[in-house]
Design a protein around this ligand. Structure first.
Ligand code: T3D
Length: 265
């Protein structure tokens, strides 16, 4: 399917690559991009041939957040624009869709991730950053609070002390600091980013796909639940994971001393 602000391709591979494609604006987010991202993730969720998603940006930026040229035209004081309505119909479903996606999403962070662009990076499951990548909670610089899930995701990844430091100051941190703080999984030389992320995505695409989805669900559920609730939820999900063909294959492969061939079923 042809998109205007993103590029999505998957050729003879279980990995769907999604590239944000407004490089002149460091892939700042327009309404069209929000609609297209929601659409591409919705389609990927339903498409059994997609077993992992690789998200990256074209050009020198990953994503600079909300397009401020568009934001400048709004007239919230006249009642012509509602932040609440905009967020609840665009960014929020996108972030929820990413967290609820029953397949892994790998971000290849090729440059700056700012504002909601940082939230989108945080909404992925694995973050591989180029050495030149950077992260900015840019919201405060324009008088806004962190949104698109940043207030939930960021402290869970790096702790409240560091999250508040970034959110209150809006200071930019580099890839190495992000790695030291546990915000990204790996930092690689810029020229190796695509290949590293691609190999990672392919590795996850040959894993037991349904189980990866249950793992995501289990961790997100556990983030806001009691131990008793979590134990119960784990038991429910294991009941389902334990009935997959991939579970049988995993056991057979182990006992037969061969590599497993998971089909995602
Ligand atoms: O509004 C709602 O619906 C609520 C939701 C809000 C979510 C949000 O994301 S709020 C936060 C919005 N984002 C920002 O405030 C970030 C603004 N951008 C920057 O602070 C800087 O551009 C960066 C730190 C990201 C990168 O700096 P640098 O020096 O590497 O690049 P640059 O020169 O500033 O930007 C390059 C070009 O991209 C430039 O255009 P030009 O001059 O070459 O024609 C710049 O204007 C453009 N650009 C960068 N960010 C945005 C943008 N254009 C529109 N919107 C942007 N967000």
């Amino acid at each position: 399917m042809a998109y205007e602000t993103i590029d999505a391709h998957q050729q003879d591979t279980p990995v769907l690559t999604v590239e944000l494609n407004r490089p002149d604006k460091l892939n700042a987010v327009s309404d069209v991009m929000l609609a297209e991202l929601n659409e591409v993730f919705k389609t990927a969720e339903r498409d059994a041939s997609v077993r992992a998603i690789l998200l990256t940006g074209k050009g020198r930026g990953f994503c600079a957040g909300q397009d401020l040229n568009i934001a400048r035209e709004r007239k919230p004081e006249d009642g012509e624009f509602s932040f609440r309505e905009h967020l609840t119909t665009t960014y929020n479903p996108l972030i929820l869709r990413m967290r609820q996606m029953p397949k892994p999403i790998i971000a290849a962070i090729n440059g700056v991730a700012a504002g909601a662009g940082m939230s989108i990076a945080l909404g992925c499951d694995i973050r591989i950053a180029a050495e030149s990548a950077s992260f900015v909670q840019a919201f405060v610089k324009i008088g806004l609070i962190p949104d698109s899930g940043s207030t939930w995701l960021l402290p869970r990844l790096i702790g409240m002390t560091r999250a508040l430091d970034l959110a209150l100051t809006g200071r930019k941190i580099g890839a190495q600091e992000a790695l030291d703080w546990g915000m990204v999984n790996r930092v690689v030389p810029d020229e190796n980013l695509r290949e590293t992320a691609w190999l990672f995505a392919n590795e996850l695409a040959s894993a037991p796909t349904k189980t990866l989805g249950y793992i995501k669900r289990a961790f997100d559920f556990a983030a806001t639940s009691s131990l008793a609730e979590v134990l119960d939820h784990e038991a429910d999900l294991q009941e389902v994971a334990g009935r997959t063909a991939d579970h049988q294959e995993g056991i057979a492969a182990f006992l037969e001393k061969r590599p497993p061939h998971f089909t995602g079923e």
